[in-house]
Design a binder for this molecule. Structure first.
Ligand SMILES: Nc1ncnc2c1ncn2[C@@H]1O[C@H](COP(=O)(O)OP(=O)(O)O)[C@@H](O)[C@H]1O
Ligand SMILES: N[C@@H](CCC(=O)OP(=O)(O)O)C(=O)O
Length: 282
């Protein structure tokens, strides 16, 4: 079995939490206890001197509940309205909880254009760097209120990996509603087995991930998590998919415990974010 003790040495991490992991399944409402535990874990990691960045989904799901829309919206303008309301509400909740643990959080909302355009990307990079220098925890989401189809990442798995690449993180953690990458979708195949470590993202691994999401609020499924793994590992960051059901798993990861699926970094000096977006996300 591979050793994971070296994960204790990570200096800059990006943690992504999905909409499904942030909400009560029965009501679709925000799980405040979970958000609070997540914030506590992140503050504790920050207190150890590690730069921490949170990529949080949930704007549309939160906004949906505030506005009172029962069905998952599929038209873009309704999603944008939900995001406008929900992102503000989500940040209000995060700001309050981070300040209770004496940490400061800042918001960064991005579109595909932010990453494609050299000037915008550099500006975003500078802002991240300054926030880290000041000890502030950036909270990132897609700017859903103004992103129409052609400007969308569409999923925060890919966005979180691009952020990890942009800020030179050495670890990306995707907190999902599942224990990690399985040999098949475990919601459909009870014989699927958890994969502990992925050294190379080859065809065999890619074919295991299905794009369908298991929840009413999530997007992307496992396919987008493998896209994220490709971006993160080529950029020089290890990536872990772990179950966000109990967010103290972040502590376990930092203790070097064998949880989730670990994708090992394979830095490629020729990997360039803007080229990747042009080729893969059109
Ligand atoms: N090979 C696989 N291993 C694990 N989960 C898979 C796999 N293929 C598809 N999935 C599905 O992906 C879902 C996780 O993605 P998603 O619903 O988008 O959640 P999140 O909120 O974490 O983004 C799982 O619940 C599972 O149903
Ligand atoms: N940007 C969207 C989330 C998109 C997304 O990737 O959601 P998820 O699959 O739950 O991580 C929002 O905040 O509602």
């Amino acid at each position: 079995m591979e050793a994971r003790d070296y994960l204790k040495q990570k200096k800059r991490i990006v943690v992504k939490i999905g909409s499904a992991a942030l909400h009560h399944e029965a009501t679709g409402r925000l799980n405040l206890g979970k958000v609070e535990r997540l914030v506590r874990e992140l503050c504790d990691i920050r207190n150890q001197g590690v730069d921490v960045c949170l990529v949080s989904s949930g704007a549309i799901a939160v906004g949906r509940k505030v506005i009172g829309i029962e069905e998952r919206p599929d038209n873009i303008s309704t999603k944008q309205a939900c995001a406008a309301v929900g992102q503000a509400r989500l940040m209000m909740t995060y700001q309050k909880m981070f300040s209770e643990y004496h940490q400061t959080a800042g918001q960064i909302l991005m579109t595909k254009g932010t990453m494609q355009d050299n000037v915008s990307r550099k500006n975003a990079q500078n802002t991240f760097e300054e926030l880290f220098r000041l000890g502030i925890i950036p909270i990132v989401n897609e700017n859903d209120t103004i992103s129409t189809y052609e400007m969308q990442f569409g999923d925060n798995d890919t966005l979180s990996a691009l952020v990890a690449s942009l800020v030179g993180a050495d670890l990306l953690i995707l907190l999902s509603d599942i224990d990690g990458l399985f040999t098949d979708d475990p919601h459909k195949n009870p014989d699927a087995e958890l994969i502990r470590v992925v050294d190379r993202l080859d065809e065999k691994i890619s074919s295991m991930a299905k794009g369908t999401t298991g929840s009413d609020v999530g997007t992307g499924g496992m396919e987008t998590k493998l896209t994220a793994a490709r971006i993160a590992t080529l950029s020089g960051a290890d990536m872990i998919i772990a179950n966000g059901k109990d967010v103290s798993i972040l502590h376990d990861i930092f203790q070097g415990e064998f949880v989730g699926t670990l994708f090992l970094e394979h830095r490629d000096e020729d990997f360039y974010i803007a080229d990747f977006i042009e080729k893969s996300l059109e």
